[in-house]
Every structure is written in C-alpha cells, then in structure tokens.
Design a protein around this ligand. Structure first.
Ligand SMILES: Cc1cc2nc3c(=O)[nH]c(=O)nc-3n(C[C@H](O)[C@H](O)[C@H](O)COP(=O)(O)OP(=O)(O)OC[C@H]3O[C@@H](n4cnc5c(N)ncnc54)[C@H](O)[C@@H]3O)c2cc1C
Length: 360
C-alpha cells in the first residue's frame, strides 16, 4: 500500500487544479486517470476570460508553450436558420483551446504523482481512511472523474436525479477545406425552443462544431437539423461525414446535490456544476477545485464530513438553485427570448456579457 495525503480520481481541469493547489501547500498528492495523456475530451474548448486568471496562468505563457490558443474578439448569434447578429468587441473577450493539449499541460504543470491508465476500480473504508484499488491509502479522496465519476456515484445515489445536458461535437483540421467561420468569431445558434444551441468555434487551423441541449427528447433530430445547417451555410461542408462524438454532463442549480461525505469531495463535472445558461463547465471545474483544496487545507487534519461542509456551502453559494418553470411558462419565455435575440443590446449585454462571458 502507498500512503498519500489526498488521492484525486481524474486528471481533467478539475483534478489537475486541485492537485496543484494541494501540492503548493506541501501535500503529497496522487492523481489517477483511466486515460493516457494527451487524451481527447468531447468539448468545444471555449474559455471565459476568468479561466486563465483562476489558473494563475498568462495566456501568453500558454501560447509560448507551443499550444493552440485562439483569441476571440466577437460573436455571431441567432436562431438556427434565422437571421444572425454580429457583436464585435474592441479587445479579446475569450479564448478557444484544444482539450487534448490544455488538459495535458495543466496536469503536467501540477507536478504531482500521476498514474495514467489507472481507473478507480475499488474504494473501501479502512479504519478512518480510504483504501483505493487495494493499493493507495489516504484520508481524502477527491472525485474529479467527470460525469461518470465512480466517486460521485457513491454520493449521487442519495440525490434527486436531474436531466443532463446532452451534446455531440466534431473537431477536425481544416487542411484547406473551406469554412465560412472566421477564426476570431465564435458562432452560437439557438434551437427554436431555446433549450439548446449549436456552435462553431475555430482554433487556429481546427474547427469545432457541436450542439448541446438540456434533456434528451428528439436530440438526434436536432443534431441532424444542425448538421444540414452546417452544410448548407458553408460553415462545415461535409459535416455529415465527420466523426461526431457524444457526451453528457449535469448543469448546476437544479437543487441540492451532496458534494461531500466523510473524507470525500466531488469537484467539476463529478459534482454537476456546469453553467445552466451556456453549458460552460471548465471554469466551474477550476473554481470548485480551488474551493475544495482550500477546504481540506483549512480542515487542519480533520476529514469527517463536518470539516468539509464549508465546501458544500461554498458550492451552493456559487451555484444557487434555479427554479424550474412549467411547460406553459417556458413556451412563453421562449417566444419572448426568440424576439429578444434579434435585439443587438439584449444580445450583447444579457446573452453574451452576462450568460456567456459572465462579466459582472
Ligand atoms: C460537447 C461538449 C462541449 C463542451 N464545451 C465546453 C466549452 O466550450 N467550454 C466549457 O467551459 N465547457 C464545455 N463543456 C463542459 C466541459 O467539457 C466539462 O465541464 C469539463 O471537462 C469538466 O472538467 P472535469 O475536470 O470535471 O472533468 P473531465 O474533463 O471530464 O475529466 C475527467 C477525467 O477523469 C477521468 N476518469 C473518468 N473515470 C475515471 C475512473 N473511473 N478512474 C480514473 N479516472 C477516470 C477521465 O479520463 C478524465 O480525464 C462541454 C462539454 C461537452 C460534452
């Protein structure tokens, strides 16, 4: 058995951020991940500006490491197949990265022990600590394994089920293939019921296209409609022949979900913290990872659930409950929303600044 101060299950942005924060506080941390890095992650890779600040990383430093960093200075928005609106900004308002590069960079930068191609297969109480895979003994296990995190399953059984965001995307090198999508303009096209949207995001010589929706009914019909829109608009000619990959994850705000138990904490997608309006999950993953690290450090050697409750409270403050509306109210809201999407002021100040860029 190997002993460590904390075991982190999953080396995505949540796991690597938490690992780095704990290592900087002098903790002996092990990260296990079932994948071998660099690994692909189904994701548009669009980042709000806060992400680099929270990571304590200058965008220039990231680019200088030879990694793809697409600056975004404007947005094109509208309803799928409706008129679109361009919203330019005078400066860089966000970035797009490739997840296989970004996640590996953050994981190596954490400078902790990483065991790749190692899935969590067993977790049991061994006196006052946890025994993982019958190999690692530790007082703290931090679940950062994404939507299907095995640590989260232990806590989620007790929580009310909630419908996930379902999404499909394709990312490919343009290699001379045409696209009308400009490198510095991210494009978002909302479904008619406003329950989801499709996107087109350039990352240098790569194009990422995808669609995500709250809940699954008729999802494939929405995907097919989006694919034919990509082809007919010239945004992604040949889109139906791309390799589309799907994934699901949970948005925050649907009610209380336990994120702590004795010696256990959930962070990132394992805790279900994606932003309900935009589906952004990378920033909440990093934010929650930092909060979890602060909580276990402040616990000063205590690892019972009471010592970890400040983390549950901090997550609830960051992601307050959003009350669901009835079907009638939602259809009225959607009708108003469709009209408002034609307004340049509403699009800039509410849709983009508040919901997508989260500028206060
Ligand atoms: C199609 C799509 C598009 C998206 N676009 C955006 C976007 O543009 N911007 C944005 O901010 N967010 C986006 N998101 C959300 C974002 O991808 C996630 O919220 C984010 O990756 C969460 O990070 P994480 O570290 O919690 O989990 P992950 O990034 O999923 O990392 C989890 C890690 O755990 C490992 N793991 C899983 N199971 C085990 C196990 N049993 N044992 C060991 N390791 C395990 C995995 O291999 C993985 O490396 C998108 C999501 C989807 C599906």
């Amino acid at each position: 058995m190997t002993n460590c101060d904390a075991l982190i299950v999953g080396g995505g942005p949540a796991g690597s951020t938490c690992a780095r924060a704990l290592r900087q506080a002098g903790w002996n941390v092990i990260v296990i991940d079932r994948a071998r890095f660099p690994r692909d992650k189904v994701c548009a890779g669009w980042l709000t500006p806060d992400v680099f600040r929270l990571l304590d990383l200058a965008p220039a430093e990231y680019r200088d490491a030879g990694l793809t960093l697409q600056e975004i200075t404007g947005f094109r928005t509208g309803l799928l197949r409706g008129p679109s609106l361009d919203t330019p900004y005078a400066h860089v308002v966000s970035y797009a990265i490739r997840r296989r590069e970004f996640d590996e960079y953050l994981l190596r930068r954490a400078r902790v022990h990483v065991r790749e191609q190692t899935a969590l297969t067993s977790l049991r109480r061994d006196g006052r600590v946890w025994a993982a895979n019958e190999e690692i003994r530790t007082p703290f296990v931090i679940g950062a394994g994404g939507h299907f995190c095995p640590v989260a399953r232990r806590l989620r059984d007790r929580a009310a089920p909630s419908p996930p965001i379902v999404a499909k995307e394709a990312e490919y090198r343009l290699d001379g293939r045409g696209s009308t999508v400009a490198p510095n303009v991210a494009e978002f096209f909302f479904c008619n019921d406003l329950d989801g949207y499709g996107w087109c995001v350039r990352k240098g010589g790569y194009l990422n296209v995808g669609i995500g929706r709250r809940g699954g009914p008729h999802f494939n019909a929405h995907v097919n409609d989006f694919v034919s829109f990509l082809e007919s608009s010239g945004k992604a000619p040949g889109a139906s022949r791309l390799q589309w990959r799907g994934h699901a994850y949970l948005a925050s705000g649907v009610g209380p979900r336990p994120v702590v138990a004795d010696g256990l904490l959930l962070i990132g997608d394992a805790a279900g913290l994606a932003c309900p309006e935009s589906g952004e999950g990378i920033r909440p993953a990093i934010e929650s990872a930092r909060l979890a690290a602060q909580t276990v450090i402040a616990a000063g050697g205590r690892h019972g659930v009471e010592a970890l409750l400040p983390y549950q409270a901090a997550v609830s403050r960051l992601h307050p409950r959003v009350h669901g509306a009835s079907a009638v109210v939602r259809s009225v809201q959607a009708a108003i929303g469709r009209a408002l999407l034609r307004s340049p002021a509403f699009t800039r100040h509410v849709v983009l600044d508040r919901w997508f860029l989260r500028r206060s």
